[in-house]
Design a binder for this molecule. Sequence first.
Ligand SMILES: Nc1nc2c(ncn2[C@@H]2O[C@H](COP(=O)(O)OP(=O)(O)OP(=O)(O)O)[C@@H](O)[C@H]2O)c(=O)[nH]1
Ligand SMILES: [Zn+2]
Length: 198
Amino acid sequence: MPYRVFEEYNIEVTEDIQQKYKSVITDLGEDVEREGLLKTPERAAKAMQFLTSGYDQDASEVLKSAMFAEDYQDMVIIKDIELYSLCEHHMLPFFGKAHIAYIPNGHIVGLSKIPRIVDIFARRLQVQERLTHDILECIHQTLKPKGVAVVIEASHMCMMMRGVQKQNSSTTTSGFRGQFEKVETRSEFLHLISSDLH
Ligand SMILES: Nc1nc2c(ncn2[C@@H]2O[C@H](COP(=O)(O)OP(=O)(O)OP(=O)(O)O)[C@@H](O)[C@H]2O)c(=O)[nH]1
Ligand SMILES: [Zn+2]
């Protein structure tokens, strides 16, 4: 199955992570036996499994499950795809939007599959650069389009809540393959996703 519905957690893994969270909460000086925290280790164990559930999913299979032969030659853009990931340095969230385009080469892909693969790569311990690259390469290698472009704009909680504590900075990463390596095609894409269209 290319993606799983996240309702059934592995009992043993949940129990194991839960015990570790109990120690962490205790080490932080809290009382794991107080009412408000009684179920917290289990909830946190489940939340972390969900937020890293992308490891168990095959993004390429997801794309392959909805590729259709079609003679459409122009740019397809899916923009403002919201994403939530975890930075691998602090395991704190980074979140923002992905804008993705491709130029078909005999096949189009079911539109929903693009946000699905964004989630699959985002639900892992990531850096924004690798997330951008993972999405780009998956589409490039699986759909084999004439071109693919990925832009991600994101804010990192590790830079907002702690560390340098910058609330308003955001980071943009991008990757281009095939026809998007040409300035005119890339410019058209960047123009079409630019904020004045929102
Ligand atoms: N390039 C990149 N860096 C990231 C990303 N997420 C977090 N970081 C950075 O990873 C770096 C880790 O640096 P360290 O010096 O080891 O960690 P630190 O002492 O917690 O650093 P500060 O955040 O500066 O306090 C920090 O500069 C973070 O801002 C990301 O997606 N991409
Ligand atoms: Zn971080």
